[in-house]
Design a protein around this ligand. Structure first.
Ligand SMILES: Nc1ncnc2c1ncn2[C@@H]1O[C@H](COP(=O)(O)OP(=O)(O)O)[C@@H](O)[C@H]1O
Ligand SMILES: [Mg+2]
Length: 320
């Protein structure tokens, strides 16, 4: 039996992922209450820090996705007020959430991530970066994936089928972020591997069973709709060759260590159809905790019920 704590659940916020975060937060609150903790819900807004300070909480459970919640902002503020918090440190959050930085680090470390180029909106205006586009197109080929550097939930992710559609896709991605990633399109299967800290594991963390996101139909241009309810079904454990599962889990643990994640993270990968190669797309430091989210599904498949998962993530606040 673990100690009963007073826990502030940080959720909502103003990011594009507000609604998912509210659902994650609600699930976490219910679980914490069932576990016997004292719960204070905080919808992250202009009063969030004042509310945290007034809450007298022993720890903050970060259930904020996207901007501020995942990019290290909130974590830095929690350190400033010396309140223990779940999950990764500001530095690990910054490394993970910035896809350009994360991909550069992965490439340096020899972890396979699809070829890419980063473009800043200001470098187009101030350095004439658009003149490099032809080379980038030739190098990465079509379709070309265009995504905001700090994305989430596939928001702003577009597949440009040819040169003519590239400017439109770029404008779309720039509406989310001043920096975008142009990435080689990998045709294959969408996999996610969640990693959870574990005292008894040699690496200090374990990779949970692989989840595959299977699109109900191939909707090439409107990718985002795939993530809406019902457009994607999830299979866990994913039906893969045992060695593919092992490789995916090993890669996820490597990425988790490389980026310095703590507590929990979900690593997104692609399994390339033609080559059987695995490619790491990104690491999510505040994975969804809704009823249908990938992390709870993976934990469940590993025999870890939602409440135990929540308790283990809470414990990460006190093991830094
Ligand atoms: N290079 C790529 N090739 C093929 N599909 C991709 C590629 N990059 C992203 N996708 C698809 O878009 C989804 C979201 O991309 P991801 O990089 O995980 O960003 P985020 O989840 O932060 O929006 C992926 O799960 C994958 O299905
Ligand atoms: Mg992703």
């Amino acid at each position: 039996m673990t100690a009963s704590r007073r826990v502030a659940v940080l959720k909502g916020g103003r990011s594009f992922e507000r609604s998912v975060s509210l659902r994650s937060g609600a699930q976490v609150q219910d679980a914490l209450a069932r576990l016997g903790h004292d719960v204070v819900a905080i919808d992250a807004g202009p009063e969030a820090l004042a509310e945290l300070l007034a809450s007298d909480a022993d720890a903050a459970f970060v259930a904020l996705h996207g901007r501020y919640g995942e990019d290290g902002t909130v974590q830095g503020l929690l350190e400033a007020i010396e309140m223990p918090y779940t999950g990764s440190s500001p530095a690990a959050c910054m490394r993970s959430t910035d896809k350009v930085l994360a991909k550069c680090l992965m490439r340096e470390a020899g972890i396979p991530t699809p070829d890419f180029r980063a473009l800043r909106e200001t470098s187009i205006k101030e350095l004439g970066a658009a003149a490099a586009l032809g080379r980038i197109e030739a190098e990465l080929g079509f379709p070309l994936v265009v995504k905001p550097a700090h994305g989430g939930s596939a928001l702003g992710v577009k597949f440009a089928p040819a040169s003519a559609q590239l400017p439109g896709s770029m404008v779309g991605a720039f509406s989310y972020d001043g920096t975008i990633v142009l990435e080689r399109f990998v045709k294959g299967r969408d996999l996610a591997v969640s990693v959870l800290d574990a005292d008894d594991a040699p690496a200090g963390a374990v990779a949970l069973p692989v989840v595959e996101a299977v699109p109900r139909e191939e909707e090439f241009y409107d990718y985002e709709s795939r993530y809406e309810i019902g457009m994607t079904t999830f299979v866990c454990p994913a039906e893969l060759a045992p060695e593919t599962t092992a490789r995916a889990q090993e890669l996820a643990l490597k990425v988790y260590g490389l980026l310095g994640c703590h507590g929990v993270a979900r690593i997104d990968l692609l399994l390339e159809q033609d080559t059987d190669e695995l490619w790491v797309l990104e690491a999510n430091v505040v994975p969804g905790m809704t009823e249908t989210s990938l992390l709870p599904q993976a934990a469940d498949a590993a025999g870890i019920p939602f409440d135990e998962l929540t308790e283990r993530i809470l414990a990460s606040a006190f093991s830094r």
